[in-house]
Design a protein around this ligand. Structure first.
Ligand code: THU
Length: 133
């Protein structure tokens, strides 16, 4: 693992502390890196209307996109899971939309797994599939 990837994991761990999780008590942190090295952190934010909950990964992506960023290379995800934390299906689709290719999964016990989005979401639906879009 590179120093840059370790820094991304560290940031995901840091912002995980901000997770708003009164319902699940399952805190997730994510940190997204742009191709020019900027880092955007995100945590999960739950809601009493449960489906309104936003995952940590999407918080990070939406923060970055709303700050004018479009070119990403990696995201780190951290939670207290038995195995390195995998992004949910909805987040995989959002990561595909913005071409986040490297997925760094980590758990609080310190295990890390690095994968590509193509491995996690083969055959993703994309803007190329929309003929009249
Ligand atoms: N969660 C994430 O933040 N990221 C994921 O990829 C999986 C799930 C959050 C959503 C909810 O707040 C809690 O974890 C339990 O599902």
């Amino acid at each position: 693992m590179t120093e840059e990837d370790q820094a991304l994991i560290d940031e995901a761990k840091r912002v995980r502390e901000f997770a708003y999780v009164p319902y699940s008590h399952f805190a997730v942190g994510a940190a997204l890196r742009t191709k020019d090295g900027k880092i955007f952190g995100g945590c999960n934010i739950e809601n009493s209307s449960f489906p309104m909950t936003v995952c940590a990964e999407r918080t990070a992506v939406y923060k970055a996109v709303s700050a004018g960023e479009r070119d990403f290379d990696a995201i780190a995800v951290v939670a207290d899971t038995p195995e390195p934390t995998r992004p949910c299906g909805s987040c995989r689709q959002v990561l595909a939309e913005f071409g986040v290719s490297k997925i760094i999964m980590h758990n609080v016990s310190g295990e890390t797994e690095i994968s590509t989005l193509k491995e996690l979401l083969p055959g993703a639906f994309s803007k190329d599939d929309i003929i009249d879009g």
